[in-house]
Design a protein around this ligand. Structure first.
Ligand SMILES: [Mg+2]
Length: 137
């Protein structure tokens, strides 16, 4: 990823962080089961879908719309997408915070990652593979 693309991504992630802060201020820290979270995320996806739908179909039938109507509709769509991402982040935070059953959240290696598979830490395995490649060459 080039530096310009990475900076744009980081900018979006800051917006997601701002939205997460806003959500925490509004609702407090949320602890829900996975089956409770999915409808919450789906509600936000539905709002993004509504904005996309209106942008596509209403502009086609609304030649008399104000000049900035399309831009405002896309801005609402963008806002909803940030909310979708923020809810998804909140879902991951909740999952990690609550150590749901059947989820291995403790790293058995030194990488500090949250997840290890049955064969151990995926980050450690990557390093081992890299080391093996160096040893072979
Ligand atoms: Mg929304």
């Amino acid at each position: 990823m080039n530096i310009e693309a990475k900076n744009k991504m980081i900018g979006v992630l800051y917006e997601v962080e701002d939205e997460r802060t806003r959500q925490n201020q509004k609702w407090g820290v949320q602890n829900h089961s996975p089956i409770e979270w999915i409808p919450i995320l789906s509600e936000e996806v539905g709002e993004a879908s509504k904005e996309a739908l209106e942008y596509h179909f209403k502009q086609m039938r609304n030649a008399d719309a104000p000049e900035n109507w399309n831009a405002e509709k896309l801005l609402k769509y963008r806002t909803e997408l940030i909310q979708v991402a923020a809810v998804a982040v909140s879902m991951v935070e909740c999952l990690d915070r609550n150590h749901w059953h059947h989820l291995k959240t403790v790293c058995r290696g030194n990488c500090g990652m949250n997840y290890c598979d049955d064969n151990g830490c995926s980050e450690r395995k990557r390093i081992l593979v890299d080391t093996d490649l160096i040893a072979v060459s």
